[in-house]
Design a protein around this ligand. Structure first.
Ligand code: TNX
Length: 501
């Protein structure tokens, strides 16, 4: 029998009462239409209240998202079987009586899915949205383009997906005695416009915003493979199969910027998100420095150096997004070049986020030392492809999105935080489940629940007792709390471990 102690993320306030309430079915108990909207009484976006008595369930919400959150809470209170699609007609279903008052701590409760390094089939994206919604997460940042793949069909430029979506091998399956750069196993895939519209609609129905990312002017080798004239040399290059940062970056010509204006027009047509990410991270400028044409371009634009073309490029496209009524989001490298209303994603630690917030930007905190869920979960030698900083479930639970160095006057610049699932090593929905869960449950509580009252021991116990059975019912292949599971081992595949901080 479930109690309010089972809820994850933990609500703002609970007052358990006596008895239980019997409900006819999971479907009727979790129908948002049974939740009254009363924004005057609940001014906090996404807020809801539940009152459960033996006579029934009454819900009040600030808005449609709040009504949806109320239903997610009721679903958890019904018990893990409420997450089994086949069990919805099995009863009787009962709920613990009492009152719940709840609202999110942050408005941006994000997850980045890198569908560029390894393609994630559409069905897996839809399922991931269901899992996000069950955890009250509300922003899916879709990293759609990179050196290793271009995943969004653009009608004006068919080669982006005909060529750019496919590569000759990947990093994941390579053998210690084989080619060090790839495994010779072709990989690829892309989303059609209809697929993306379906993903957006599925997300919208779950109160999740899908923020698309078109990464420029680095991380662009797949686009250059499709259209070599987008590159600096004009020479043909393959879609990249290695992991790292490719030297093949976009050339900052007017025609390349125009190409991307057309791409972004299409993206703005397909995605309803008010925010579009332009990337801007990790841009090697070696090719620019070596090119007289690029040097001339920098001079013509009145820039001090070719390095300044990095910010200029992203700024030009941010300006274009503004003409389409969209706000730009950029990785912290380009913070200085973004328009004032742009959002900065602080990934290289917290300092960049603090600086951007003090400069007047809204920020999303996603420091790689804390919330990169592609990074290893322990130092166990059996941990699948051990990369990055070690971050355990308890570590993620201990993350605090408001940087200690940020003055209180700027706290409201922190829109929230974002967990990141880069996929250099995550080549299937199963691998993704393993990296994401249960750490994403810890992250969900970090961004939803009040900071006060966090108790790591209680949380780990709640995960083990109440949340893993829910994930089991949902068919999530999470990493066991006891340690890495042998089926996820990749013997011999070397990782890149970083000194823990
Ligand atoms: C850094 S976060 C990257 C990604 C990699 C990731 C691997 C960011 C803006 N850039 O391109 O996939 O590290 O953890």
């Amino acid at each position: 029998m479930t109690s309010f102690d089972a809820l994850l993320p933990r609500p703002v306030r609970v007052r358990p009462g006596p008895g239980r309430c019997t409900v006819a079915s999971v479907v009727t108990a979790t129908d948002p239409a049974s939740v009254a909207l009363d924004p005057a009484r609940l001014p906090h976006p996404g807020a809801y209240r539940l009152s459960i008595t033996p006579d029934g369930v009454r819900g009040v919400a600030a808005d449609a998202a709040g009504a949806f959150h109320a239903c997610q809470t009721v679903r958890q209170l019904l018990g893990p079987d409420a997450f089994r699609a086949a069990d919805i007609h099995r009863g009787p279903w009962t709920l613990p009586c009492g009152e719940i008052e709840d609202h999110p701590r942050f408005g941006w409760r994000g997850v980045l899915l890198d569908v560029a390094r390894h393609f994630l089939p559409k069905a897996a994206v839809l399922r991931f949205l269901d899992l996000m919604a069950a955890h009250k997460l509300n922003v899916l940042h879709l990293h759609l383009t990179d050196d290793q793949g271009w995943r969004v069909e653009v009608p004006a430029y068919p080669r982006l997906t005909e060529v750019g979506a496919w590569r000759a091998g990947s990093w994941t399956g390579r053998r210690p005695d084989g080619d060090p750069t790839h495994d010779g196993r072709p990989h690829g895939g892309f989303y059609s416009t209809d697929d993306l519209r379906e993903i957006v609609a599925h997300a919208r129905a779950r109160h999740v915003t899908v923020v698309p990312e078109i990464d420029v002017p680095g991380h662009s080798q797949a686009a250059i493979a499709a259209y070599p004239e987008l590159g600096v040399t004009g020479d043909p290059v393959p879609v990249w199969h290695a992991w790292g940062v490719s030297e093949h970056v976009l050339t900052p010509s007017e025609s390349t910027v125009d190409f991307y204006r057309t791409v972004l027009d299409h993206v703005a047509d397909v995605f309803d998100s008010p925010v579009v990410c332009l990337g801007g991270d990790e841009v090697p400028t070696t090719q620019w420095h070596a090119s007289p044409a690029v040097q001339q371009r920098a001079a013509d634009l009145g820039l001090d150096s070719v390095d300044a073309l990095h910010g200029w490029f992203v700024g030009a496209l941010a300006g274009h997004l503004a003409t389409r009524g969209r706000r730009a989001l950029g990785w912290d490298e380009v913070a200085g070049a973004l328009p004032p209303d742009a959002i900065v994603a602080s990934w290289r630690g917290e300092a960049a986020g603090v600086a951007a917030a003090l400069a007047g930007h809204d920020v999303v905190m996603c420091p790689e030392q804390h919330v990169y869920l592609d990074h290893r979960q322990s130092d166990d030698p059996d941990e699948p492809i051990p990369v990055g900083y070690r971050r355990t479930l308890a570590d993620v639970y201990g993350y605090e999105p408001i940087p200690a160095a940020l003055p209180a006057t700027a706290h409201d610049r922190v829109l929230g935080a974002q967990a990141q699932l880069w996929s250099e090593h995550l080549d299937s929905p199963r691998g993704l489940d393993y990296a994401a869960f249960p750490r994403l449950a810890a992250f969900a509580e970090v961004v939803w629940s009040p900071r006060a009252g966090r108790d790591p021991a209680e949380f780990l116990d709640r995960v083990a007792t109440h949340h893993l059975p829910r994930l089991d019912a949902l068919g999530v292949e999470y990493r066991p709390l006891s340690g890495p599971h042998p089926w996820q081992r990749r013997p011999g595949v070397p990782g890149r471990v970083r000194a823990d901080r």
